[in-house]
Design a protein around this ligand. Structure first.
Ligand code: NAG
Ligand code: NAG
Ligand code: NAG
Length: 325
């Protein structure tokens, strides 16, 4: 036991001391862009044992109570208020170590009434350097950080260009980023092109950065078009090595969908049955998720708690063994 257990323990310790590991510990790329859903059955299905969902975010620094930390929670500093607020450190410190990645500024090039944070590139650069970059370099907890996530549009790219310039105006190091968050609404072909544009933009700024598509859907598509887009985009994203994660915008019932995307993006119908889209996103019938299926409203079982690190457990076991032997 001693000889078998020690090397992994050393590896654990070494990796914790030395590595700046920016890769997410995810079992699948698939995640949830999660608006609050108060229906227990829906939430149960989303995080049930066979669900491929391995992470989620809420456009905020607050985890959602129904999902908790059963899958990795990724906090987001939504806008300037979050970045400059007194609670930033307190909020982030309150999250378990399973939360490693931090999203910043939601659609700063977009208006607040559509969920954007409407921040100028100059203000964003200043706040990013002052408040976000130090989170990446902190001694006690190093967050893996992302640049602001712009709308999937030429306006978004212009914003990023200006942001980058502003960053270099303030600091010779510019604004470092460990991963790149991406939004895309449209056809699968357009997603491909948008990702190419971003790869090109980041090729020198952050050549190692992986991509996280944190909003993805086809707005106003017919049922068939929406399913085709889902199939094509997930197959494409699953196949790209530099794409680490993605989240379809649809983790809600048709009745909670917004007018702009339309109902077709939703995972659940108004009664909580899985739509074709929802079933497909959870791996389809082959994976045990049929169209029309709904979660039973039994007491919520939030799955296994994954926040306790395997390392800590291993170290404890060895310490115990050392005491016993
Ligand atoms: C970022 O700004 C720097 C400094 O102006 C510039 O050299 C670099 O080309 C810019 N990068 C991009 C991708 O715009
Ligand atoms: C999407 O893929 C599933 C199988 O993974 C298939 O059953 C379905 O017909 C596909 N739908 C479209 C519209 O391509
Ligand atoms: C990675 O995630 C798994 C659960 O999905 C967890 O058991 C393990 O402790 C995590 N590893 C690290 C290094 O956090």
């Amino acid at each position: 036991m001693r000889t078998a257990a020690l090397p992994p323990v050393l590896l654990c310790l070494l990796s914790q001391v030395y590595a700046r590991d920016v890769h997410a510990n995810l079992t699948s790329k698939r995640g949830l862009a999660y608006q609050y859903d108060s229906h227990e059955g829906d939430n149960e299905l989303l995080i049930s044992d066979d669900s491929p969902i391995s992470w989620y975010y809420t456009w905020s620094m607050w985890p959602a109570e129904p999902i908790g930390h059963s899958v990795m929670f990724v906090p987001m500093v939504h806008g300037l208020d979050d970045a400059t607020g007194d609670e930033l450190h307190e909020r982030l410190d309150a999250l378990p170590r399973s939360s490693t990645h931090l999203l910043t500024f939601n659609e700063p090039d977009g208006e607040t009434h559509t969920g954007g944070s409407s921040v100028s590139p100059e203000d964003a650069a200043e706040a990013y350097i002052e408040h976000i970059v130090p989170l990446r370099d902190a001694e006690d907890r190093r967050w893996v950080i992302s640049h602001p996530v712009v709308t999937g549009s030429p306006q978004g790219l212009d914003w990023l260009r200006d942001f980058n310039e502003s960053c270099y105006d303030i600091s010779d190091d510019g604004c470092p980023t460990d991963f790149v968050a991406v939004h895309w609404y449209g056809e699968a072909e357009g997603l491909r092109n948008w990702l190419e544009e971003l790869r090109d933009f980041y090729s020198e700024l952050a050549p190692e950065a992986r991509f996280w598509v944190t909003e993805l859907a086809l707005p106003q598509g017919s049922e068939e078009e929406t399913l085709a887009m889902l199939n094509q985009s997930t197959a494409y994203l699953d196949g790209e090595d530099d794409v680490e994660a993605y989240a379809w915008f649809g983790a809600f019932r048709t009745s909670d969908a917004n007018d702009w995307t339309g109902d077709g993006v939703s995972f659940f119908d108004e009664d909580g049955g899985l739509t074709d889209v929802g079933s497909e996103y959870l791996g389809g019938e082959d994976n045990g998720f049929e169209t029309g299926q709904s979660g039973d409203n039994s007491d919520e079982s939030a799955g296994s708690l994954v926040s306790a690190s395997a390392c800590a457990l291993l170290i404890q076991m060895v310490l115990l063994a050392a005491v016993v032997l």
